[in-house]
Design a protein around this ligand. Structure first.
Ligand code: AMP
Length: 284
Protein backbone atom coordinates (compact mmCIF):
# COMPACT_ATOMS: atom_id res chain seq x y z
CA UNK A 1 0.00 0.00 0.00
CA UNK A 2 1.21 3.51 -0.75
CA UNK A 3 0.26 6.64 1.18
CA UNK A 4 -0.29 9.68 -1.03
CA UNK A 5 -1.07 13.25 -0.03
CA UNK A 6 -1.57 15.16 -3.26
CA UNK A 7 -4.36 15.13 -5.80
CA UNK A 8 -1.82 14.68 -8.60
CA UNK A 9 -0.37 11.55 -6.95
CA UNK A 10 -3.71 9.86 -6.36
CA UNK A 11 -4.77 10.64 -9.93
CA UNK A 12 -1.55 9.10 -11.23
CA UNK A 13 -2.15 5.92 -9.21
CA UNK A 14 -5.71 5.67 -10.56
CA UNK A 15 -4.53 6.22 -14.14
CA UNK A 16 -1.97 3.42 -13.83
CA UNK A 17 -4.51 1.04 -12.28
CA UNK A 18 -7.02 1.74 -15.08
CA UNK A 19 -4.30 1.22 -17.68
CA UNK A 20 -3.90 -2.28 -16.20
CA UNK A 21 -7.65 -2.79 -16.60
CA UNK A 22 -8.57 -2.54 -12.94
CA UNK A 23 -11.86 -1.12 -11.66
CA UNK A 24 -11.45 1.45 -8.91
CA UNK A 25 -13.14 1.39 -5.49
CA UNK A 26 -13.18 4.31 -3.07
CA UNK A 27 -13.86 4.19 0.68
CA UNK A 28 -14.14 7.74 2.05
CA UNK A 29 -13.31 7.95 5.78
CA UNK A 30 -12.22 10.29 8.53
CA UNK A 31 -9.81 7.71 9.97
CA UNK A 32 -9.66 6.20 13.50
CA UNK A 33 -10.47 2.88 11.89
CA UNK A 34 -12.63 0.21 13.49
CA UNK A 35 -14.30 -2.93 12.17
CA UNK A 36 -16.99 -0.82 10.44
CA UNK A 37 -14.38 0.87 8.26
CA UNK A 38 -12.64 -2.45 7.65
CA UNK A 39 -15.91 -4.01 6.43
CA UNK A 40 -16.14 -1.28 3.77
CA UNK A 41 -12.52 -1.92 2.72
CA UNK A 42 -13.27 -5.64 2.49
CA UNK A 43 -16.37 -4.99 0.34
CA UNK A 44 -14.26 -2.74 -1.90
CA UNK A 45 -11.56 -5.43 -2.13
CA UNK A 46 -14.20 -8.00 -3.18
CA UNK A 47 -15.91 -5.81 -5.76
CA UNK A 48 -13.13 -3.76 -7.32
CA UNK A 49 -9.57 -4.33 -8.53
CA UNK A 50 -7.91 -1.25 -7.05
CA UNK A 51 -8.93 0.09 -3.64
CA UNK A 52 -8.38 3.65 -2.47
CA UNK A 53 -9.21 4.69 1.08
CA UNK A 54 -9.36 8.41 1.72
CA UNK A 55 -8.52 9.67 5.19
CA UNK A 56 -9.58 13.25 5.72
CA UNK A 57 -11.08 14.77 8.86
CA UNK A 58 -13.25 17.22 6.96
CA UNK A 59 -13.43 20.51 8.87
CA UNK A 60 -16.39 21.65 6.73
CA UNK A 61 -18.71 19.04 8.28
CA UNK A 62 -17.99 19.83 11.93
CA UNK A 63 -20.42 22.30 13.43
CA UNK A 64 -18.73 22.02 16.82
CA UNK A 65 -15.04 23.05 16.99
CA UNK A 66 -14.50 21.01 20.19
CA UNK A 67 -15.79 17.90 18.40
CA UNK A 68 -13.33 18.57 15.56
CA UNK A 69 -10.44 19.11 17.99
CA UNK A 70 -11.34 15.96 19.98
CA UNK A 71 -11.77 13.78 16.88
CA UNK A 72 -9.39 10.80 17.27
CA UNK A 73 -6.44 10.79 14.85
CA UNK A 74 -3.77 8.12 14.43
CA UNK A 75 -2.62 7.88 10.83
CA UNK A 76 0.14 5.34 11.46
CA UNK A 77 -2.30 2.90 13.07
CA UNK A 78 -4.86 3.53 10.31
CA UNK A 79 -2.27 2.95 7.60
CA UNK A 80 -1.25 -0.39 9.14
CA UNK A 81 -4.89 -1.52 9.37
CA UNK A 82 -5.67 -0.49 5.79
CA UNK A 83 -2.54 -2.23 4.50
CA UNK A 84 -3.58 -5.41 6.32
CA UNK A 85 -6.90 -5.30 4.45
CA UNK A 86 -5.13 -5.20 1.11
CA UNK A 87 -5.89 -1.55 0.37
CA UNK A 88 -3.78 -0.21 -2.52
CA UNK A 89 -3.70 3.51 -1.76
CA UNK A 90 -4.30 5.54 1.39
CA UNK A 91 -5.11 9.06 0.24
CA UNK A 92 -4.47 11.36 3.21
CA UNK A 93 -4.52 14.94 1.91
CA UNK A 94 -3.87 18.09 3.90
CA UNK A 95 -6.75 20.51 4.48
CA UNK A 96 -5.01 22.96 2.11
CA UNK A 97 -5.00 20.41 -0.69
CA UNK A 98 -8.76 19.96 -0.39
CA UNK A 99 -9.65 23.57 0.44
CA UNK A 100 -7.02 25.83 -1.15
CA UNK A 101 -7.12 29.54 -0.41
CA UNK A 102 -10.12 31.13 -2.07
CA UNK A 103 -12.22 27.96 -2.04
CA UNK A 104 -15.79 29.19 -2.53
CA UNK A 105 -17.98 26.36 -3.88
CA UNK A 106 -20.46 24.19 -2.02
CA UNK A 107 -22.74 21.31 -2.93
CA UNK A 108 -26.09 21.28 -1.17
CA UNK A 109 -28.65 18.52 -1.39
CA UNK A 110 -31.79 20.44 -0.48
CA UNK A 111 -34.52 19.05 1.81
CA UNK A 112 -32.64 15.86 2.67
CA UNK A 113 -30.16 17.95 4.68
CA UNK A 114 -32.85 19.40 6.95
CA UNK A 115 -34.35 16.64 9.12
CA UNK A 116 -32.66 14.30 11.65
CA UNK A 117 -28.98 15.26 12.13
CA UNK A 118 -29.46 18.30 9.86
CA UNK A 119 -31.90 19.80 12.37
CA UNK A 120 -29.31 19.61 15.16
CA UNK A 121 -25.97 19.98 13.40
CA UNK A 122 -27.32 22.54 10.92
CA UNK A 123 -27.69 22.13 7.12
CA UNK A 124 -24.00 23.14 6.79
CA UNK A 125 -23.06 19.70 8.13
CA UNK A 126 -24.41 17.80 5.13
CA UNK A 127 -23.32 20.59 2.81
CA UNK A 128 -19.79 19.91 4.08
CA UNK A 129 -20.28 16.18 3.51
CA UNK A 130 -21.77 16.61 0.01
CA UNK A 131 -19.03 19.03 -1.02
CA UNK A 132 -16.14 16.84 0.10
CA UNK A 133 -17.71 13.66 -1.33
CA UNK A 134 -18.18 15.41 -4.69
CA UNK A 135 -14.55 16.51 -4.61
CA UNK A 136 -13.34 13.01 -3.70
CA UNK A 137 -15.41 11.52 -6.53
CA UNK A 138 -13.91 14.04 -8.97
CA UNK A 139 -10.38 13.45 -7.70
CA UNK A 140 -10.48 9.64 -7.56
CA UNK A 141 -13.15 8.95 -10.25
CA UNK A 142 -14.08 5.63 -8.61
CA UNK A 143 -16.28 3.07 -10.34
CA UNK A 144 -17.78 2.15 -6.98
CA UNK A 145 -17.83 4.08 -3.69
CA UNK A 146 -18.55 2.40 -0.36
CA UNK A 147 -20.47 3.95 2.55
CA UNK A 148 -21.89 2.60 5.81
CA UNK A 149 -25.55 2.33 6.75
CA UNK A 150 -24.49 3.57 10.21
CA UNK A 151 -24.67 7.10 8.74
CA UNK A 152 -28.05 6.54 7.11
CA UNK A 153 -28.83 10.17 6.25
CA UNK A 154 -25.37 10.60 4.73
CA UNK A 155 -25.93 7.52 2.55
CA UNK A 156 -29.30 8.83 1.33
CA UNK A 157 -27.77 12.23 0.56
CA UNK A 158 -24.82 10.71 -1.33
CA UNK A 159 -27.15 8.54 -3.42
CA UNK A 160 -29.26 11.60 -4.29
CA UNK A 161 -26.20 13.69 -5.08
CA UNK A 162 -24.92 11.04 -7.49
CA UNK A 163 -28.31 10.80 -9.16
CA UNK A 164 -28.95 14.54 -9.38
CA UNK A 165 -25.49 15.42 -10.73
CA UNK A 166 -25.17 12.32 -12.97
CA UNK A 167 -21.91 11.35 -11.31
CA UNK A 168 -20.59 8.17 -12.95
CA UNK A 169 -20.15 6.17 -9.76
CA UNK A 170 -22.08 3.30 -8.18
CA UNK A 171 -22.81 3.80 -4.49
CA UNK A 172 -22.72 0.72 -2.27
CA UNK A 173 -24.15 1.02 1.23
CA UNK A 174 -22.83 -1.66 3.61
CA UNK A 175 -24.53 -2.87 6.82
CA UNK A 176 -23.75 -1.34 10.22
CA UNK A 177 -21.07 -3.27 12.10
CA UNK A 178 -21.74 -3.57 15.85
CA UNK A 179 -19.85 -4.48 19.00
CA UNK A 180 -20.83 -7.87 20.48
CA UNK A 181 -23.36 -6.13 22.77
CA UNK A 182 -25.00 -4.29 19.88
CA UNK A 183 -23.41 -0.83 20.15
CA UNK A 184 -22.85 0.52 16.65
CA UNK A 185 -19.12 0.91 16.05
CA UNK A 186 -18.01 4.53 15.84
CA UNK A 187 -14.69 6.34 15.97
CA UNK A 188 -16.19 8.36 18.81
CA UNK A 189 -16.78 5.28 21.03
CA UNK A 190 -13.18 5.45 22.30
CA UNK A 191 -14.11 8.70 24.05
CA UNK A 192 -16.79 6.99 26.18
CA UNK A 193 -15.94 6.41 29.85
CA UNK A 194 -16.79 3.05 31.45
CA UNK A 195 -20.21 4.13 32.73
CA UNK A 196 -20.97 6.01 29.51
CA UNK A 197 -20.11 2.91 27.49
CA UNK A 198 -22.89 1.06 29.38
CA UNK A 199 -25.37 3.91 28.98
CA UNK A 200 -24.58 4.09 25.24
CA UNK A 201 -26.54 0.86 24.82
CA UNK A 202 -29.68 2.96 25.35
CA UNK A 203 -29.62 3.94 21.66
CA UNK A 204 -29.75 0.32 20.58
CA UNK A 205 -32.48 -0.30 23.18
CA UNK A 206 -34.57 2.58 21.85
CA UNK A 207 -34.36 1.09 18.35
CA UNK A 208 -35.39 -2.32 19.69
CA UNK A 209 -38.43 -0.84 21.43
CA UNK A 210 -39.47 0.95 18.23
CA UNK A 211 -38.96 -2.23 16.18
CA UNK A 212 -41.00 -4.30 18.63
CA UNK A 213 -43.83 -1.72 18.57
CA UNK A 214 -43.98 -1.89 14.76
CA UNK A 215 -43.89 -5.68 14.84
CA UNK A 216 -46.81 -5.56 17.27
CA UNK A 217 -48.83 -3.51 14.79
CA UNK A 218 -48.15 0.11 15.83
CA UNK A 219 -48.17 2.50 12.83
CA UNK A 220 -48.13 5.94 14.47
CA UNK A 221 -44.54 7.18 14.07
CA UNK A 222 -44.84 9.97 16.67
CA UNK A 223 -46.21 7.59 19.28
CA UNK A 224 -43.53 4.96 18.56
CA UNK A 225 -40.80 7.61 18.77
CA UNK A 226 -42.17 8.61 22.19
CA UNK A 227 -41.97 4.98 23.38
CA UNK A 228 -38.36 4.73 22.23
CA UNK A 229 -37.46 8.08 23.79
CA UNK A 230 -38.93 6.98 27.14
CA UNK A 231 -37.09 3.65 26.95
CA UNK A 232 -33.82 5.54 26.42
CA UNK A 233 -34.59 7.97 29.25
CA UNK A 234 -35.15 4.98 31.57
CA UNK A 235 -31.62 3.84 30.65
CA UNK A 236 -30.14 7.22 31.53
CA UNK A 237 -29.91 8.79 28.06
CA UNK A 238 -31.92 11.75 26.73
CA UNK A 239 -32.45 11.36 23.01
CA UNK A 240 -31.55 14.35 20.85
CA UNK A 241 -34.04 12.93 18.38
CA UNK A 242 -35.89 9.73 17.64
CA UNK A 243 -37.58 9.81 14.26
CA UNK A 244 -39.40 7.39 12.01
CA UNK A 245 -39.24 8.55 8.39
CA UNK A 246 -39.46 7.10 4.90
CA UNK A 247 -36.05 5.58 4.14
CA UNK A 248 -35.77 7.26 0.74
CA UNK A 249 -37.14 10.78 1.34
CA UNK A 250 -36.52 11.09 5.10
CA UNK A 251 -40.07 12.41 5.54
CA UNK A 252 -42.39 11.48 8.40
CA UNK A 253 -45.41 9.49 7.32
CA UNK A 254 -48.65 8.43 8.98
CA UNK A 255 -49.48 5.63 9.04
CA UNK A 256 -46.06 4.06 8.61
CA UNK A 257 -45.72 1.92 5.46
CA UNK A 258 -42.93 0.66 3.22
CA UNK A 259 -39.24 1.11 4.01
CA UNK A 260 -39.01 3.03 7.29
CA UNK A 261 -35.81 4.43 8.76
CA UNK A 262 -35.86 4.59 12.54
CA UNK A 263 -33.04 6.99 13.42
CA UNK A 264 -31.78 8.08 16.80
CA UNK A 265 -29.14 10.47 18.13
CA UNK A 266 -28.08 11.22 21.69
CA UNK A 267 -25.25 12.71 23.68
CA UNK A 268 -23.72 10.27 26.13
CA UNK A 269 -21.50 12.41 28.28
CA UNK A 270 -19.77 14.69 25.78
CA UNK A 271 -19.95 12.15 22.95
CA UNK A 272 -22.64 12.43 20.29
CA UNK A 273 -23.78 9.03 19.03
CA UNK A 274 -26.19 8.01 16.26
CA UNK A 275 -27.75 4.72 15.27
CA UNK A 276 -30.58 3.50 13.07
CA UNK A 277 -32.45 0.54 11.73
CA UNK A 278 -34.46 0.16 8.51
CA UNK A 279 -37.73 -1.75 8.82
CA UNK A 280 -40.00 -2.88 6.01
CA UNK A 281 -43.47 -2.08 7.32
CA UNK A 282 -46.22 -4.06 5.63
CA UNK A 283 -49.46 -2.19 4.95
CA UNK A 284 -52.11 -2.92 7.59
P1 AMP B 1 -16.29 8.04 9.20
O1 AMP B 1 -14.83 7.75 9.27
O2 AMP B 1 -16.98 8.01 10.54
O3 AMP B 1 -16.63 9.26 8.39
O4 AMP B 1 -16.92 6.83 8.43
C1 AMP B 1 -16.44 6.43 7.16
C2 AMP B 1 -17.40 5.47 6.56
O5 AMP B 1 -17.51 4.33 7.43
C3 AMP B 1 -18.81 6.05 6.41
O6 AMP B 1 -19.37 5.61 5.18
C4 AMP B 1 -19.53 5.44 7.57
O7 AMP B 1 -20.93 5.31 7.36
C5 AMP B 1 -18.87 4.09 7.69
N1 AMP B 1 -19.05 3.53 9.03
C6 AMP B 1 -18.80 4.15 10.21
N2 AMP B 1 -19.15 3.35 11.23
C7 AMP B 1 -19.64 2.20 10.68
C8 AMP B 1 -20.16 1.00 11.21
N3 AMP B 1 -20.28 0.79 12.52
N4 AMP B 1 -20.56 0.05 10.34
C9 AMP B 1 -20.47 0.25 9.00
N5 AMP B 1 -19.98 1.35 8.44
C10 AMP B 1 -19.56 2.33 9.27
Amino acid sequence: MIVVRTIADVRRAVREARARGATVGLVPTMGAFHAGHLSLMRAARMQTGFVIVSLFVNPAQFNDPTDLAAYPRDEARDAAMAAAEGVDVLFAPTADAIYPAGFATAVMVALLNEPLCGAFRGPEHFQGVATVVTKLFNIVTPDVAFFGQKDAQQAVIVRRLVRDLDLPVRVEVCPTVRESDGLAMSSRNVRLGTQERVRALALQYGLQVATAAIENGARDGTRIAELARTAMHDRGVEAEYVELVSAEHLRPMTPLAGEILVAVAAHVGSVRLIDNVVIRVPPT
